[in-house]
Ligand binder design. Structure first.
Ligand code: NAI
Length: 319
């Protein structure tokens, strides 16, 4: 078996994100131990991971150089936290987004690990300070926030606690690179980190445009998927601007005044309730009696699109 990596990865919480992380780490050749407070969740996760990998293999979308069987052999379940943590190189916490639950599990882990283990959290929006304050191993703690589904979307936001050591950030950064993810280093804590701040800016303007009767919900999504999104899969907003003029400063000189004028017309922060929520929701269901089916079908289609896009991006990097 080629490409095996040293040290264990321990996944704490084997729900949606924990399973996806397990698959990503195994695809990179790491041994993965899956732990969950609910033993049944671990068994279900192992069955689900096999099913997902076999489907990925069929559609030629399995990541990494190892076969399905080789990757599956790397993943094992564990029902005892202490045993799971033995020999851990990196722990990736994936328990529910609840501060009390996170603090409790971190304080338990803190007593069981040594100085060389990194403790990463998948939290979407809890601050490192709120989760890691007071831990003995705070210098080893970091938020490593994935994007759902991490198997197909490679970004990982790395957010340190003020006492996190630089070596922890660097080790986590290199680990993520090694398994084929795309980490970014966020220099300091900020509510919503960066991805969600950008995402919320877009969602709130989409909401206001629908609320003000400027555009329909379906069409606002087309503006993104057939317009801005075409570029954003390859370039960020800053380089997009850079290329749309003779450099970023030239873009600001040409368009800054107009952008400023439009921005002053943006409305207040939406409360995300009421008629507009109703209107958007209604527009997005295609077939009311089959809501569950629509979600399953569209999620599968989304995953397939993302996987093809990942391949295209890889190919474009090499060209
Ligand atoms: P989930 O609800 O699917 O899974 C959570 C798992 O944690 C369950 O299997 C549960 O039994 C287990 N668990 C609960 N308490 C535990 C404990 N004390 N010790 C060990 N296991 C425990 O949740 P999901 O969606 O996987 O989210 C996990 C984390 O990932 C959250 O912090 C979430 O914010 C973050 N995240 C979620 C994304 C998403 O789209 N679902 C995207 C990015 C991050």
């Amino acid at each position: 078996m080629a490409d095996l990596q040293e040290g264990n990865i321990v996944i704490i919480g084997s729900g949606l994100i924990g399973r996806s992380w397990a698959m990503v780490f195994a695809s990179g050749g790491f041994k993965v131990k899956l732990y969950d407070i609910v033993q049944e969740q671990v068994s279900t996760a192992l069955v689900d991971i096999r099913r997902q990998m076999e489907e990925l293999q069929k559609s030629e979308m399995l990541r990494g150089k190892l076969s399905v069987e080789e990757q599956l052999k790397l993943i094992s379940g564990c029902s005892d936290l202490k045993t799971a943590l033995e020999g851990a190189l990196h722990i990736q916490e994936c328990v529910p987004e609840n501060l009390d639950i996170k603090q409790k599990i971190f304080s338990e882990i803190d007593l069981l690990i040594g100085d060389s283990t990194i403790l990463g959290s998948s939290t979407s929006c809890l601050s490192p300070t709120s989760m890691f304050n007071g831990l003995k191993h705070v210098k080893n703690c970091i938020v490593a926030h994935p994007v759902n589904p991490p198997y197909f979307v490679p970004l990982v936001e790395l957010v340190p606690h003020p006492q996190t050591e630089l070596a922890t950030v660097d080790r986590t950064y290199h680990l993520m690179k090694r398994i084929g993810q795309s980490p970014v280093k966020i220099m300091k804590e900020t509510d919503g980190f960066v991805l969600n701040r950008l995402q919320y800016a877009v969602i709130s303007e989409a909401w206001r445009l629908v609320q003000d009767g400027v555009i329909s919900p379906r069409d606002v999504d087309i503006v993104m998927s057939e317009g801005l999104g075409m570029r954003y899969a390859f370039l960020g907003p800053l380089e997009t601007a850079h290329l749309n003029a003779d450099g970023f400063k030239s873009y600001c000189e040409r368009y800054g005044e107009g952008i400023n004028r439009v921005l002053t017309t943006f409305g207040s922060v939406p409360d995300f309730t009421g008629k507009t929520a109703e209107k958007i929701d209604t527009a997005l269901w295609e077939d009311l009696p089959n809501k569950d089916e629509q979600l399953i079908t569209r999620r599968e289609w989304r995953n397939s699109c993302l996987s093809h896009l990942a391949k295209l991006k890889e190919k474009m990097k090499k060209n």
